[in-house]
Design a protein around this ligand. Structure first.
Ligand code: GAL
Length: 808
């Protein structure tokens, strides 16, 4: 049994706010239950290998202990020790198979055809503080993939059908104050929810919330604001619930602080009388003057401290970050954030990353959003499911707009409940600017079913969040039927050619490219390779339904009625290999590969999505087998004109067409290919050089310090360089990693969509081959203060070492 520790990412700010309103210690706790779980595979086809699930009675009496797996005394000491977030699928081998859905899920043996690896059992032991007897205990699961049946101390507490929206359960009646408390979860991933890699297991955080019995329920605060000139009226809707067995009185109020915790305003203290089990909502306003708006450049976040008092004592308080912004969708003029025109420069993304699958530590959310933002992207579509809460926190903090999407266009009680949970969970996030009620429901999107379901969901959305509106991602051309008849923002998946006609015919419906572009590219590859399943790293190849980057972006950039659009996709993701299947195990759609390494198309988008000086030449200049033969050279830039030189000889000057790229046919000779460009009179230069052979490995950590909290961490990117420190573009050497200090490697990757090497190492000997010069290792902090050292070696090459300071 482990002693639980209190952790919250914003613990310090929270403590400050406790002091700030005179909060007494121990009144409430948000305790991380991420550590020290036990994991074991069950079996979907063989009851005897599934801990007799289905054979022993787990449901016919409350608290049936007997010898069942849900009995707290069941011995799980031989089970695998893990921490969550945990994705068991990323650790499974790749399996070549023609089973339906295998390719789209990344050739991992999970789903109905693989009963031995599709059921996961989790057990977690903890103790609670006796002093908390009489309090309300709630288990909060942010996301389990999927169909999680949950027991606590032998009592069945609920099933969460969704693999994406989390759920909370009141377990107050079952708490054992005298000893061991045990959570048991059976996760059933035999049924898929999507057609992309989804992972499986408890892949998001788990919390134990301890509060008084008069409390603000999870997601029970809704903050929204109306701006008038420089001032804003902030409305705070606070739910309060009474779980005492007697009527209870309370006082509810809220304080607004700036981002540093300084009080800016306070509501009146409102009295509420609650009968047993009553939940009520208090609506209060605070006026703020000279407000700081949340924007992409300055994502300013205020805080609401919501307080519940009884007998003059604070019994519960919560902290909610929020931003103040205005959003306008104009069918003719486009999108406006805070009154300023903004073209949506978005990317679609699934949630997995190299090395770690869908179990993404919080620091990785920041890493990924930061990479997208550096490219000039301003919007993220969480396709096609509820994102991890920390993804939204990263977007709030870094300044990235979000389209928050419901998994299925369905209005059954289950999916309505999921949609409600999604909206209530996410409606305070400053980054969320638009809901999406679904994606490409080909069977219903154009008919009456689709229309009726859309209307039902839209009514729910506007009741729960009247401050926002919705879109739907339709793979339909100029077709005004079904969902399109009722959706406030018409979404186009591909079919960019039809947007103008649709606008002509429906000039009052704002239009958004919900999935656009979708060039398939493999980083650092310049020839189609049907054996290894690679496609050239240029804006050339796309599936029949999609387009080149240039095709859609020109239309979006040059026509105000386009709100903008979301590229399919920002990052490569596991599954959906296109145009090839095996040996491909991941997609090629990304502007960045699965590690986040940029492909050439990154520089196309960055040229037109930022005002930075961009001048990028591709391909690399190592073509010893092509001496004297023509090589097609691409230049991506936002300069006005470019002159290209090979070994000092001019190959001609070209004017740069807006939203496009330049090309030269160059007869290859080794040496230096240099571009000299002028942008508003400013001279820019870039070059690629023929390198010699690999001599050394380089390793660069994203952060040189990490917090000793067992959760933080850093990405270390590895490149292979020649004697002059130039990256060798086709180096695929095997790299070995050794980490010393109290931290661990949690995954490795290289961005090769056909690599079948392990992302996780089971024997401590971490290794990964480079792919076209690069690979990546992800480190997670331990809890001891001290120095960490990552040694990076490769046979025959000089090694590298990175030092990381782990501090409190
Ligand atoms: C779209 C779909 C995406 C993805 C993409 C691949 O039609 O919405 O989820 O499958 O195609 O091109």
């Amino acid at each position: 049994m482990t002693k639980i520790s209190i952790f919250h990412p914003t613990k310090i700010a929270f403590l400050i706010s406790f002091l700030f309103v005179g909060f007494q210690a121990n009144a409430q706790k948000k305790i991380s239950l991420d550590e020290d779980w036990r994991f074991h595979f069950g079996n979907a086809a063989d009851v005897s290998k599934d801990f007799d699930y289905g054979k022993t009675a787990l449901l016919h009496k409350s608290n049936v202990f007997a010898t069942t797996i849900v009995n707290p005394k069941f011995v799980d000491t031989t089970w695998k020790k893990i921490n969550v977030p945990h994705d068991w699928v990323v650790e499974l081998p790749f399996v070549k198979s023609d089973q339906v859905e295998m390719d789209s899920h990344g050739y991992k043996p999970v789903g109905g055809a693989y009963p031995e690896t599709s059921i996961g059992w989790y057990r977690k032991h903890f103790s609670v503080d006796k002093k908390d007897d009489g309090k309300r205990f709630e288990l909060q699961f942010d996301g389990i993939y999927r169909n999680a049946e949950i027991w606590f101390n032998g009592f069945y507490v609920g099933t969460n059908f969704s693999g994406y929206v989390g759920n909370s359960y009141d377990v107050s009646d079952y708490v054992n104050f005298e000893g061991d408390n045990v959570i048991v979860i059976r996760v059933d991933a035999t049924q898929y929810e999507g057609w992309f890699y989804e992972g499986a297991g408890i892949y998001r955080h788990v919390w134990l919330n301890v509060t008084d019995k008069v409390f603000i329920p999870s997601d029970g605060v809704f903050v929204h604001s109306k701006i008038k000139g420089k001032n804003a009226t902030v409305t705070i809707e606070t739910e309060v619930e009474n779980k005492n067995l007697r009527p209870s009185n309370a006082v509810v109020y809220s304080i607004i602080t700036d981002r540093n915790g300084k009080q800016l305003g306070k509501t009146s203290e409102q009295k509420v009388a609650l009968s047993v089990n009553e939940k009520t909502t208090i609506k209060q306003n605070v006026n703020l003057s000279n407000v700081m708006l949340w924007s992409l450049e300055n994502p300013y976040l205020y805080k609401v401290i919501s307080v519940v008092k009884q007998n003059n004592q604070i019994v519960h308080q919560t902290k909610t970050r929020f931003g103040i912004k205005t959003v306008t969708f104009d069918a003719k003029k486009g999108f406006f954030l805070n009154g300023k025109h903004l073209k949506i420069q978005g990317t679609n993304n699934h949630q997995d990353h190299a090395g770690i699958g869908s179990a993404i530590p919080d620091f990785m959310q920041y890493y990924r959003v930061k990479l997208l933002k550096e490219m000039g992207s301003n919007s993220y579509r969480a396709s096609h499911n509820a994102p991890t809460p920390e993804l939204l926190e990263a977007c709030d903090s870094l300044g990235m707009l979000v389209v928050d999407e419901q998994r299925l266009l369905n209005s059954s009680p289950e999916y309505i409940d999921q949609f409600k949970r999604l909206i209530k969970r996410d409606r305070n996030h400053a980054s969320v600017f638009l809901w999406s009620i679904g994606n490409e429901e080909q069977n219903i999107q154009g008919n009456e079913y689709g229309k009726r379901i859309a209307q039902t969901l839209l009514a729910i959305q506007s009741a729960l969040d009247p401050t926002r509106t919705s879109t739907y991602a339709a793979d339909m051309a100029n077709e005004f039927k079904g969902v399109n008849e009722v959706i406030p923002i018409r979404g186009f998946n591909y079919r960019e050619f039809a947007v103008a006609d649709y606008h002509r015919d429906h000039p009052n419906q704002p239009l958004l490219g919900t999935e656009m572009g979708s060039t398939v590219t493999t980083r650092g590859i310049y020839e189609k390779d049907e054996i290894r399943a690679y496609v050239p790293d240029q804006d050339i190849t796309h599936p029949w339904w999609a387009s080149k980057a240039e095709t859609w972006w020109k239309l979006a950039a040059e026509n105000d009625y386009w709100l903008g659009g979301f590229v399919w996709t920002g990052f490569d993701y596991r599954g959906e290999p296109t145009p090839y299947k095996w040996p491909n195990i991941s997609s090629h759609f990304g502007i960045l590969d699965v590690c986040g390494f940029p492909k050439n198309i990154y520089y196309y988008y960055k040229s037109w999505w930022t005002n930075e000086d961009i001048l990028h030449i591709s391909p690399h200049w190592n073509w010893s087998e092509k001496i004297g033969q023509p090589v097609e050279v691409w230049v991506n830039t936002n300069a006005d004109e470019v002159e290209l030189f090979l070994n000092g000889k001019s190959l001609g000057k070209k004017t740069m067409p807006r939203n496009s790229h330049l090309k030269w046919q160059v007869n290859y000779e080794p040496g230096t290919l240099e571009a000299i460009a002028f942008k508003n009179g400013k001279r820019l230069t870039a070059k690629v050089e023929t390198t010699t052979h690999p001599v050394k490995v380089n390793a660069v950590a994203d952060k040189s310090t990490v917090l000793a909290d067992g959760k933080d961490g850093t990405v270390v990117n590895i490149s292979i360089v020649d004697d002059k420190g130039r990256e060798v573009p086709n180096a695929n050497n095997m790299i070995y990693f050794k980490l010393t200090g109290d931290a661990k490697i949690i995954g490795v990757g290289n961005g090769d969509p056909s690599s079948h090497e392990a992302d996780k190492c089971t024997d401590g000997a971490w290794q990964r081959s480079a792919f076209n010069g690069k690979c990546q290792v992800i480190i997670q902090a331990g809890k001891t203060v001290g120095d960490l050292k990552l040694e990076v070696k490769s046979n025959g090459l000089r090694s590298a070492a990175v030092e990381i300071n782990q501090k409190k």
